[in-house]
Design a protein around this ligand. Structure first.
Ligand code: E4P
Length: 218
């Protein structure tokens, strides 16, 4: 399973790179706004910086919601760096644009997926990734994991090459369940990735090993 970090924060991205487990980055307009990145030039420069930090796919989301606008923005983003994946919302014009990008060999991530039908449509249009939002489904009392299971099963039934990128992954049990269900990728904040390091028995065991070593070796 690939690990993507869901942030536009360069420090967090760098920390995940240094840990040696990062396969890519996802961003969205809210995450870019959180970092105070505004204006097209600044946004483009920021995506370029992310691409230079990470050896892997970097999802950069379009703002336009009409076909021509999505295509124009997506092509400009794709020209920035070979690692850019154009992130396109699951709307009618978005699906049309995904077909266009796919035919041109431009990688896409279809975002805001909340049903198996939406994922199937995006896969048929040739999306490289679909992003089902697990946490946001849980927030409204639905079952985010059930959606991951459905999409993994459907894509496997037909051998679709589209990868299931579990998004809105908020905590470790989410990540582990995605791994059990066979999601191709999870994207989550740095805290979820570094949270995987910890177990109280690891800390206790290490303290004992070091203390025993010190008793003999001084
Ligand atoms: C995915 O690509 C989105 O950026 C993200 O995972 C959304 O997560 P949230 O629901 O925690 O905002």
């Amino acid at each position: 399973m690939k690990f993507f970090i869901d942030t536009a924060n360069l420090k967090d991205i760098q920390e995940a790179v240094e840990l040696g487990v990062l396969d890519g980055v996802t961003t969205n307009p809210s995450l870019m706004a959180k970092e105070g990145i505004k204006g097209t030039d600044a946004v483009m420069a920021h995506y370029k910086q992310i691409c230079e930090l990470v050896d892997g796919d970097v999802s950069a989301e379009v703002i336009a919601t009409d076909y021509e606008g999505i295509v124009r923005e997506g092509e400009a983003l794709a020209e920035l760096h070979p690692n850019i994946v154009v992130k396109v919302p699951m709307i009618r014009d978005g699906v049309k644009a995904i077909r266009y990008f796919s035919d041109k060999g431009i990688k896409t991530n279809c975002t805001l997926i909340f049903s198996a039908g939406q994922a199937l449509l995006a896969a048929k249009a040739g999306a490289t990734y679909v992003s089902p939002f697990v946490g946001r489904l849980d927030d409204i009392g639905a079952d985010g994991m059930l959606l991951i299971q459905q999409i993994v099963d459907i894509f496997s039934n037909y051998g679709y090459p589209t990868q299931v990128l579990a998004a809105s992954v908020r905590h470790i049990p989410h990540l582990i369940q995605c791994a059990e269900l066979g999601a191709d990728v999870v994207t989550c904040p740095l805290s979820v990735i570094t949270g995987l390091l910890s177990h109280p028995l690891t800390d206790k065991g290490l303290a004992t090993f070091l203390a025993d070593h010190a008793k003999v070796n001084g």
